[in-house]
Design a binder for this molecule. Structure first.
Ligand code: HEC
Length: 145
């Protein structure tokens, strides 16, 4: 009887441990999601874009204009094994700051040779929003406006 009691107790302790672990994991994920940048200062238009809520919250997601346009336009060239001499690019190829530079300076050859012209200005801004929001290390950076 005494043995069974000890065994039961162990099980309870193990269950509590497991619950504590799950709680910690959920809290960890919640903090990470929350720590995504909520605003982005756009150099080109000199405006502060709110990504944390409102319409741009959706448009800067992978399912919104930003994510979808990146996939259909940018990744039409920048995909793995492409024959356009374009390096493979995805959202975590660069940090938030670096993505902002791509769009404010327009330094890539493709930005200069008209390959971006199939996008409206609004779409370009939303692609920038999307890349900025989900970039490499973006959970470590602060909002930039
Ligand atoms: C028509 C094909 C095409 C499209 C569309 C295109 N690119 Fe490019 N891009 C290229 C090619 C080719 C290069 C390499 C040019 C070179 O040799 O320097 C390049 C270079 C780049 C570079 C520099 C390389 C690097 O790793 O830093 C970046 C950044 C870039 N593109 C981002 C984008 C983004 C963002 C979009 C969408 C808004 C886009 N590109 C759309 C073809 C394309």
């Amino acid at each position: 009887m005494g043995y069974v009691y000890v065994n039961d107790n162990k099980e309870v302790v193990m269950k509590q441990g497991a619950i504590a672990l799950v709680v910690l994991m959920v809290v960890g994920v919640a903090i990470q999601v929350h720590a995504r940048p909520e605003t982005r200062y756009d150099e080109t238009t000199k405006t502060c874009r709110v990504l944390g809520d409102g319409p741009l919250e959706w448009e800067s997601s992978v399912w919104g204009q930003g994510g979808k346009t990146f996939k259909s336009v940018c990744q039409s060239c920048h995909k793995r094994g492409n024959d356009k001499d374009a390096p493979f690019l995805w959202v975590e190829s660069k940090t938030s700051k670096a993505w902002n530079r791509v769009f404010s300076k327009k330094y890539p050859k493709c930005a200069k040779d008209g390959s971006w012209q199939t996008m409206t200005m609004d779409q370009q801004l939303m692609v920038n929003d999307y890349l900025y929001r989900w970039a490499k290390n973006s959970q470590d950076i602060n909002d930039n406006c």
